[in-house]
Design a protein around this ligand. Structure first.
Ligand SMILES: NC(=O)c1ccc[n+]([C@@H]2O[C@H](COP(=O)([O-])OP(=O)(O)OC[C@H]3O[C@@H](n4cnc5c(N)ncnc54)[C@H](O)[C@@H]3O)[C@@H](O)[C@H]2O)c1
Length: 264
């Protein structure tokens, strides 16, 4: 069922190979958009394109891309534009988690982590702005941060650092883009049982698989007034709204979709 009408809109989703990014790509496609996927995982991006194509026909494609490398993100945009012509929706969802405490992480760990979670979004937004302005303006940019960016974290301070910077950066992008009719906003997910959580649960569980899901449930209960985890589809509902014309007056906002974990 189409809720939004993205017919004739071309979208680029970075990090579309799994989890939240994939759910956003699929919902954009379900609502009529042509979608180009970027991901470091060839199998992940190909899988997303296969799912969309099986449902809606051959309007999709993908590039293998490392969001941490500006030239790789530029190549992704080039391939998407070569395939689609114009791009009017860009979603930056690629991310990694580093469960290292403040003094445990090496400078190299910190750089590798921020290169993906922060610089990847910086490169994606700059290219999105350049592309949309060159097209004559108009467009939607949506970044995926985290409620982890709403305050400091003891267990994952560099994840919190990157995500808080994404919220701030998205406001700067929004202010730059607004005079051109370009909206930039952020969604901050809470807890979603995607593959990213394997890293968190394995670290907290001493490396083993046993008890991982019980630990996940315990973390959800402790952190979530609503009493349950969120789904990737629930994050995508909010994301797709921000990509729609209904969100035309929303500039530089960050929305928590977290079952009540953080209220600001
Ligand atoms: N799952 C959660 O609970 C949660 C909570 C808050 C925020 N988030 C954020 O949501 C976003 C998506 O995470 P997810 O939970 O879907 O995780 P996921 O692991 O399922 O998906 C992340 C995707 O990013 C891709 N990726 C990783 N490094 C990349 C790189 N260098 N270049 C290109 N692609 C790369 C992966 O291959 C994967 O397809 C991330 O930014 C994450 O920080 C997730």
């Amino acid at each position: 069922m189409m809720v939004f009408d993205f017919s004739n809109k071309n979208a680029l989703v970075v990090g579309a190979g799994s989890g939240i990014g994939k759910a956003i790509a699929l919902q954009l496609a379900d609502n009529g958009a042509n979608v180009w996927c970027g991901d470091i995982s060839d199998a992940g991006a190909a899988g997303a394109v296969r799912e969309m194509s099986e449902k809606h026909g051959a309007k999709y494609g993908y590039s293998v891309c490392d969001a941490a490398k500006s030239e790789s993100v530029a190549a992704l945009f080039g391939e998407a534009k070569a395939a689609f012509g114009e791009i009017s929706i860009v979603v930056n969802s690629a991310g990694v988690f580093m469960p290292k405490r403040l003094l445990e992480a090496s400078p190299e760990d910190i750089k590798t982590h921020l290169d993906v979670n922060l610089m990847g979004i910086v490169y994606g937004c700059r290219l999105a702005l350049e592309t949309m302005i060159a097209q004559g303006g108009g467009g939607k940019i949506l970044n995926i941060a985290s409620v982890g960016g709403r305050q400091g974290e003891a267990k994952s301070p560099y994840y919190a650092l990157g995500k808080s910077a994404v919220i701030n950066w998205s406001q700067s992008v929004a202010l730059y883009g607004a005079p051109y009719g370009i909206n930039c906003n952020t969604v901050c997910p809470g807890i979603i049982r995607t593959p990213m959580w394997d890293v968190i649960l394995e670290a907290d569980n001493g490396g083993g698989d046993a008890g991982k899901e019980a630990l996940f449930d315990e973390i959800v209960r402790a952190r979530t007034p609503l009493g349950r985890a969120q789904t990737a589809e629930e994050i995508a509902y909010a994301a797709v709204f921000f990509c729609s014309d209904y969100a035309g007056a929303i500039v530089g906002q960050a929305l928590n979709v977290d079952g009540g974990d953080k209220l600001n």
